[in-house]
Design a protein around this ligand. Structure first.
Ligand code: NAD
Length: 467
C-alpha cells in the first residue's frame, strides 16, 4: 500500500493522525491517509504566510513558468494519477483520465492570462491606474466529486496572481491531491503550496484563521453558508461554488431518439455527482411518453461497475453517506412517481445504484425539489413552456439550466428567462476554462475560471496621481 504525506512548508510530513480511505467500488481499505491536526493546519498557514512576500514579488512570467511546469508533471504522470482517482472517487478510468488531462489543460489556460495595469485616466490633471494585487494566503477547499479539476479552478489562478495557498481536499478523496503534492513539491518555493487533509473537522478553522485572506470554496450550499459566516468576522474575500438543481426544459419540437442520449449524458455523467448535472427534466406532454421510453432504454443498457473494469460506463456513488441519501430520495420518489428503469443497487459490495428514471412525478416532491447528486432523474411533464420556466426558477438554487429545441430562437427566448449562472441551449454542463462560471441565488457567490476567475484572487488597487 502506498504511503501518503501532507505537504507543509515544502516538506512531506506524516499527519498527526491517520484516517482510512475506502474504495467506493468494493468498500475495501484503499489507503491509510494522514489526517492533519489543528497544529498542522496552523503550521501550513504560517508557512504560506512566510512564503508570501517572496512569491508575490516574483514576476508573473516566473509564476506562469511554475504553473506550466506543474501542468507538465500532471501530464507526465496522468496514468498513475487517473488510476488513483478512479480508485478513490469511483469514476470510470476513461473519465478519470479525462479529468487529469483536463486539470493540466486548466493549469495551462491560466498561464495565457495577464493582470496588466489598466490606465483609467491619463489627462493633463492626473494619471489614474488600476492595479491587481495578490491577496495573501488563500484557503482552497474542494469537494469529492471532481477532486482534481475543481482544484484546478483555484490553484493556478491563485498562484499566478501571486498568492500562496493552503489546499484541503475532501476527506473521502484526498489521495490524488496528496500524490500530486509529492510530485510537484520541488517546483515551488517552500510554503507556496501546502496541502492538508482532515475528517471534515478543519474547514471551519481554515476559514476563520486570521492569516487566511481569502477562501475559495466548492461544496454544498449548507457548508458554503458556514464558510460565509466564518469569513465574516474578518471580512475575508470569498468565492463560493455551491450546489444546484439544474433544470432541463425540452420543447415539443425535438426528436426524442436524437436528444435522449444527450439528456442522459447531461444527467448521469459521474453517476450524477456533478454540480451542473441536469437534476430535473421538464418534457413537453406531446413527446413525454416517447422521451421517457428512450431514456429508460439507455438507462437499462448502461454498464455499471468498478471504474477500473473495461467497459464500465458509470461507477459507484463516491461515499456511503451519499449512497444512503440517494436511496432515501429514491424510496420517497416511489411514493410519488413511477420508476421505469433502474431503481436498484448492485448485489455486490460497493456503493452502486443503477441509473434510474422516475416518471409521473412533479414539483413538490423531494426528488424534484432537492439536489439528489446521484444517478436518479425525475422526468416531469408540462404543457406550457412559460410554466416550465416558472417551475425551473422556483428553486433556491440557480447554478445552470438548459433549453432544448429545434428552433434556437424559441429556445433563446426561454433561456433568457431562466435564473441561473449558466444557461445552455441544446447541451448541458459544458465546462470550459476560458468561460466564467458561477452560480445565481444560493448556488454561489463570485466567479471562477476565465479572466474574472483570475481577478477574484486579487485586490483592486487604484493609484491616482496629480500632475
Ligand atoms: P461539502 O460541503 O460537504 O464539502 C466540501 C468541502 O468542504 C470538503 O472539503 C469538506 O471537508 C469541507 N468542509 C466541511 N465542513 C466545512 C466547514 N465547516 N467549513 C469549511 N469547509 C468545510 O460538499 P460535498 O458533499 O463534498 O460536495 C457535494 C456538493 O458540492 C454538492 O452540493 C455539489 O453541488 C457541490 N459542488 C458544487 C460545485 C460548483 O462549482 N458549484 C462543484 C462541485 C460540487
Amino acid at each position: 500500500m502506498s504511503e501518503y504525506h501532507l505537504l507543509i512548508n515544502g516538506t512531506l510530513v506524516a499527519g498527526d493522525n491517520t484516517m482510512p480511505v475506502v474504495n467506493p467500488a468494493n468498500e475495501t481499505l484503499l489507503a491509510t491517509c494522514p489526517r492533519a491536526s489543528e497544529a498542522q493546519l496552523n503550521a501550513a498557514v504560517a508557512a504560506a504566510k512566510a512564503a508570501f512576500p517572496a512569491w508575490s514579488a516574483t514576476s508573473i512570467d516566473e509564476r506562469k513558468r511554475v504553473v506550466n511546469a506543474i501542468a507538465d508533471v500532471i501530464q507526465a504522470n496522468a496514468a498513475e494519477l487517473a488510476q488513483l482517482l478512479t480508485q478513490e472517487q469511483g469514476k470510470p478510468i476513461g473519465d478519470a483520465t479525462g479529468e487529469i488531462y483536463g486539470t493540466a489543460a486548466f493549469f495551462r489556460y491560466f498561464t495565457s492570462l495577464d493582470l496588466p495595469i489598466e490606465v483609467l485616466d491619463d489627462s493633463p490633471g492626473r494619471r489614474v491606474e488600476a492595479h491587481r494585487k495578490p491577496l495573501g494566503v488563500v484557503g482552497a477547499i474542494v469537494p469529492w466529486n471532481f477532486p482534481m479539476i475543481l482544484m484546478a479552478f483555484k490553484v493556478p489562478p491563485a498562484l499566478i496572481a501571486g498568492n500562496t495557498i493552503v489546499l484541503k481536499p475532501a476527506p473521502t478523496t484526498p489521495l490524488t491531491t496528496l500524490r500530486l503534492g509529492e510530485l510537484i513539491r520541488d517546483l515551488l518555493p517552500a510554503g507556496v503550496l501546502n496541502i492538508i487533509t482532515d475528517a471534515n473537522d478543519l474547514g471551519a478553522a481554515l476559514t476563520a484563521h486570521p492569516d487566511v485572506r481569502k477562501v475559495s470554496f466548492t461544496g454544498s450550499t449548507a457548508t458554503g453558508s458556514k464558510v460565509m459566516a466564518g469569513a465574516a468576522g474578518l471580512l475575508k474575500r470569498i468565492t463560493l461554488e455551491l450546489g444546484g438543481n439544474d433544470a432541463g426544459i425540452v420543447l415539443d419540437d425535438v426528436d426524442p431518439a436524437v436528444t435522449a442520449p444527450k439528456l442522459f449524458q447531461s444527467a448521469f455523467q459521474n453517476s450524477g455527482q456533478v454540480c451542473i448535472a441536469m437534476k430535473r427534466l421538464y418534457v413537453h406532454e406531446s413527446i413525454y411518453d416517447e422521451m421517457c421510453e428512450a431514456l429508460a432504454k439507455i438507462a437499462e443498457q448502461t454498464i455499471v461497475g468498478d471504474g477500473l473494469q473495461q467497459g464500465t460506463q458509470l461507477g459507484p456513488l463516491q461515499n456511503k453517506m451519499q449512497f444512503e441519501r440517494v436511496q432515501e430520495l429514491l424510496d420517497d420518489a416511489r411514493q410519488h412517481g413511477n420508476v421505469i428503469a433502474g431503481g436498484t443497487t448492485l448485489d455486490q459490495p460497493g456503493y452502486f445504484i443503477r441509473p434510474t428514471i422516475v416518471r409521473d412525478i412533479t414539483d413538490g416532491t423531494r426528488l424534484v425539489d432537492e439536489e439528489q447528486f446521484g444517478p436518479v432523474l425525475p422526468v416531469i411533464k408540462y404543457s406550457d413552456p412559460e410554466d416550465a420556466v416558472a417551475r425551473a426558477n422556483a428553486s433556491p438554487w440557480g447554478l445552470g439550466g438548459s433549453v432544448w429545441s429545434g428552433d434556437t430562437e424559441r429556445a433563446y427566448a426561454l433561456a433568457e428567462k431562466l435564473e441561473a449562472g449558466t444557461v445552455w441551449i441544446n447541451k448541458h454542463a459544458e465546462l470550459d476554462p476560458t468561460l466564467p462560471f458561477g452560480g445565481a441565488k444560493q448556488s454561489g457567490i463570485g466567479t471562477e475560471l476565465g479572466q474574472e476567475g483570475l481577478r477574484e484572487f486579487t485586490q483592486l488597487k487604484v493609484i491616482n496621481m496629480a500632475r
